[in-house]
Design a protein around this ligand. Structure first.
Ligand SMILES: [Cu+2]
Length: 388
């Protein structure tokens, strides 16, 4: 606990220079709690010392950690992007990380282009209309860096889907599917690291491949057929090997961090059901600020555009329901997301761990409809930088 006078010193520095002042007033012992990479440890000896002296801070407490800002090379949970961004950071040689993420996306009502459609309007075109969909995901991940330049990452999700429907006759029913999704294996290749100075910059390439272990033969009962072949959005995997090229930039100052990631999904060939899902492009910029030592909050935009399905599953009737029609799958959407990161103290049993949440709403979506619209998305995650 700091004394009241130290609190006022910190407030004075905040007002004087816009910084919270903790970098000037933390006693040396408290600085032991900070990683060399921590933004808290980035004092500028030339500029900060006179301020500290003017405030009467004993020089022994003016801690100027000479360690470089390890941006991109994460050794503190604070350094991460919002939890919804995958492959946002690289590691230093020999570091391991385990992660778990829970995601929930809710879709309610239909849309054509950017206009909403009623169930009756959809049922004017198809005998069955989807009315609502929930997608849940438990994503398990591991990262390891064989060298400082290359970080390897593997992720596999367990996916659960439920879709509610209404028929022209007024009947209501729900179909469900679940299973392991496709496995992604990614190499993150560091291109640029400028850790020194007041603003740090980092760029890496994301070079991934999606391995089709997820099922594309999910079935469930419907009013017209028992154990029916479920339509495209209810399947768990893509069924194709997909390339996942991308690039990530992150930047950081003492209190702010930001970044942009562009990623894409390029489907290779057709799957054993004679179709391939649409290619996808996503661009997501974010901005985050830390408050105190353990918490940061973020705001993020996520723009996505994805194509229609090429080919068709012969077991689906595209005139029965929109979700079975390969030409009614494409769209574009812009989401606005708010996140919070909570990092554990660097000492103790929780060392190296990070807990994070992100909640998002679409601010724009345009769909080849009728197609279900997205209403909100939620993600919570835990990451653990292993202590060896
Ligand atoms: Cu990691």
């Amino acid at each position: 606990m700091y004394s009241l006078s130290r609190f006022w010193q910190r407030l004075a520095v905040t007002m004087a220079c816009g910084c919270c002042g903790c970098c000037l007033t933390l006693p040396t012992s408290a600085m032991d709690d900070l990683s060399p990479s921590s933004p808290l440890s980035q004092g500028d000896p030339v500029q900060d010392q006179p301020v500290a002296q003017a405030l009467g801070t004993p020089l022994g407490e003016v801690t100027m950690n000479p360690g470089p800002v390890q941006i991109g090379n994460v050794s503190m949970p604070y350094d991460h992007a919002p939890i919804g961004v995958m492959g946002d950071h690289t590691h230093r040689q020999g570091e391991w990380m385990l992660s778990y993420r829970y995601g929930w996306m809710h879709m309610d009502g239909n849309r054509n282009g950017s206009s909403a459609l009623s169930d009756a309007q959809v049922l004017g075109q198809f005998p069955v209309a989807p009315t609502e969909m929930n997608m849940q995901m438990h994503m398990f991940g591991a990262m390891v860096a064989p060298t400082d330049r290359v970080t390897l990452m593997a992720m596999v999700p367990f996916v659960k889907k439920a879709m509610a429907h209404r028929t022209r006759g007024g009947q209501v029913f729900t179909t469900q599917s679940q299973g392991m999704g496709d496995l992604t294996a990614t190499g993150l290749i560091r291109l640029l690291d400028r850790p020194n100075g007041r603003v740090a910059h980092h760029i890496h390439l994301n070079t991934g491949v999606s391995i089709p272990i997820g099922s594309i033969e999910q079935r469930d009962d419907t009013p017209t057929a028992r154990n029916a072949n479920l339509p495209y959005p209810m399947q768990i995997g893509s069924g194709t090997w997909d390339l996942l090229p991308g690039v990530t930039y992150t930047g950081k100052t003492d209190h702010w961090n930001w970044g942009t990631q562009a990623t894409s999904t390029v489907r290779l060939g057709h799957n054993k059901r004679d179709y391939r899902l649409g290619n996808r492009l996503a661009v997501t910029p974010w901005l985050a600020r830390r408050f105190g030592r353990y918490i940061s909050t973020s705001v993020r935009l996520n723009g996505q555009i994805w194509g229609d399905i090429e080919g068709a599953d012969g077991g689906l009737n595209p005139r029965m329901i929109q979700t079975a029609n390969p030409a009614l799958q494409s769209g574009e959407r812009l989401d606005l997301l708010f996140g919070v990161n909570v990092m554990a103290p660097r000492k103790g049993i929780l060392k190296g761990q990070r807990l994070a949440f992100e909640f998002g709403l679409p601010v724009y979506q345009r769909l080849a409809g009728p197609q279900l619209e997205t209403d909100f998305m939620l993600m919570g995650g835990w990451q653990w930088l292993l202590p060896f």
